[in-house]
Design a binder for this molecule. Structure first.
Ligand SMILES: NC(=O)c1ccc[n+]([C@@H]2O[C@H](COP(=O)([O-])OP(=O)(O)OC[C@H]3O[C@@H](n4cnc5c(N)ncnc54)[C@H](OP(=O)(O)O)[C@@H]3O)[C@@H](O)[C@H]2O)c1
Length: 339
C-alpha cells in the first residue's frame, strides 16, 4: 500500500510517498481502506521535529481517517466489511490502509462524504471536549478562541452557536474575518495588526472573558490568564508558538518556554480562576468518553449544527503542498489528504 512518510525532521520536502506492506488487523481491530485523512497542525509539527508524541522518523503520521471497513480482526464486533466509517487512529492515518481498535471506529451516515467525515474526529472532538466536558459552556458566556479560522477554531465557533447568547472573540488574520463572521464569530480580531488583549478589554468594557481557548502557548497563556474575569477558565491545548518557519529554532523554543506562566493551587484559589489542559492524544485510554463525544458530534452533524469547512483536498503525492498550506497559515478550516 502507499503512505505518506516523514523521512526525517525538516521542511515539507522530507515527505515522500512510499510503498509498504498492508497492516493486518489484530484482535479487536478493524482495518479501514482510507478514502480521506485529516491533516492536523500536530502533524506539521511532527514533520518539523517539534511534536514529542509522534513516532521517530521515518514514520507515517495521521490521527483521523474516513473510509470503508475492509477487514475485521478476531473479535472485532459491531462493524461489517464494506461499512462506511470514521476513526481515530494513533498514527498511520496518512496511508491507504490503517487498523484501529473497533471502539474508536464509528459508522457514518451515507450523506456524510469522506472528506467531511475525516474532518470531524480531531478538530471537532477537541472543540466539543473543551467546551462541553471541560468548560461546561453556559448561555451568555464570553469565549476567546485563538487560531479561530483553523480547523479547531471553526469547530469551536460552530459549537458555541448551539448555546444561546454566547459571545465569541476569535483571533485570525484579517483576510479570514469574513469567514469567521459567517461561522458566528461575534468579534473577529486581527492579532497581526492589533494587540488582542487591548482589543478584548475594549470590547468587554475592561471586564475580560469567561473562557480562553489557547493553543498558542508560552507568553500567550500568561496574557490569556490576565484576560479572565473572576471564575474564568483558560484551557491550554497546544503550543503553536513553538512552530513558525519550516524548521526548529532553538532560540524561539527557549523564548517561548521562558514565557510559560508558573501557577500554584494557592494562587489560583485566590484569583478564582481555573486552568485546564486538554490533549486528545493522551486520552487514548478513555475510548468510552471519546466515543460518547463523537456520537454527540455525529448527532449535531445530523441536525446541521456542525458542518466542517474543507480548505482543500490534496492527493498523497501533493502532501508537501498540503503541509505548506498549514505551515504558511493560509488554510481556512480543514486540509484533507486522499490516497
Ligand atoms: N490538544 C489537543 O488535543 C489538540 C487537538 C487538535 C489541535 N490542537 C492544537 O490546536 C491548534 C490548532 O490546530 P488546527 O488543526 O485547528 O490548526 P490549523 O487548522 O492548522 O490552523 C492554523 C491557523 O492558525 C493561525 N495561527 C495563529 N497563530 C499561529 C501560530 N503561532 N502558528 C501557526 N498558525 C497560527 C493561522 O491562521 P491566521 O494566522 O491566518 O489567522 C493558521 O492558518 C494547534 O496548536 C494544534 O496543535 C490540539
Amino acid at each position: 500500500m502507499r503512505a505518506v512518510w516523514i523521512t526525517k525532521a525538516g521542511g515539507p520536502d522530507v515527505l515522500a510517498v512510499r510503498e509498504s506492506p498492508e497492516p493486518r488487523p489484530g484482535p479487536g481491530e478493524v482495518r479501514i481502506a482510507v478514502r480521506a485523512a485529516g491533516l492536523n497542525f500536530a502533524e506539521v509539527m511532527a514533520r518539523q521535529g517539534l511534536y514529542p508524541d509522534a513516532p521517530r522518523p521515518p514514520c507515517v503520521v495521521g490521527y483521523e481517517v474516513a473510509g470503508v471497513v475492509d477487514a475485521l480482526g478476531a473479535g472485532a464486533g459491531g462493524l461489517a466489511v464494506g461499512q462506511r466509517v470514521l476513526a481515530l487512529v494513533r498514527f498511520g492515518g496518512h496511508a491507504e490502509k490503517v487498523c484501529a481498535p473497533a471502539e474508536r471506529v464509528l459508522p457514518i451516515p451515507d450523506e456524510l462524504d469522506f472528506p467531511e467525515a475525516a474532518a470531524l474526529p480531531v478538530n471537532y472532538l477537541t472543540a466539543y471536549h473543551m467546551l462541553f466536558r471541560v468548560a461546561n459552556l453556559r448561555p451568555g458566556a464570553r469565549v476567546l478562541v485563538h487560531m479561530a479560522a483553523g480547523g479547531v477554531g471553526l469547530a469551536v465557533l460552530q459549537l458555541c452557536r448551539t448555546v444561546p447568547e454566547v459571545v465569541t472573540f476569535g483571533t485570525a488574520s484579517a483576510a479570514k474575518h469574513e469567514v469567521l463572521r459567517e461561522q458566528g464569530c461575534t468579534h473577529p480580531i486581527d492579532y497581526r495588526a492589533e494587540d488582542y488583549v487591548s482589543r478584548v478589554r475594549e470590547l468587554t468594557g475592561g471586564e475580560g472573558v469567561d473562557l480562553v481557548l489557547d493553543p498558542l502557548g508560552g507568553r500567550d497563556w500568561k496574557r490569556g490568564l490576565g484576560l479572565l474575569r473572576p471564575v474564568g477558565h483558560l484551557i491550554a491545548y497546544g503550543f503553536a508558538n513553538l512552530s513558525g518557519g519550516e524548521r526548529r529554532s532553538l532560540p524561539r523554543l527557549a523564548g517561548q518556554f521562558a514565557g510559560v506562566p508558573l501557577l500554584t493551587p494557592f494562587g489560583m484559589m485566590n484569583v478564582n480562576r481555573t486552568v485546564s489542559g486538554v490533549n486528545l492524544g493522551h486520552l487514548w485510554g478513555r475510548a468510552d468518553l471519546l466515543r460518547e463525544e463523537l456520537v454527540a458530534l455525529l448527532d449535531l452533524w445530523g441536525t446541521g449544527a456542525v458542518r466542517p469547512t474543507i480548505d482543500g483536498v490534496y492527493p498523497f503525492a501533493e502532501a508537501a503542498a498540503a503541509h505548506r498550506r498549514l505551515g504558511e497559515r493560509r488554510n481556512i478550516g480543514k486540509v484533507i489528504l486522499v490516497p
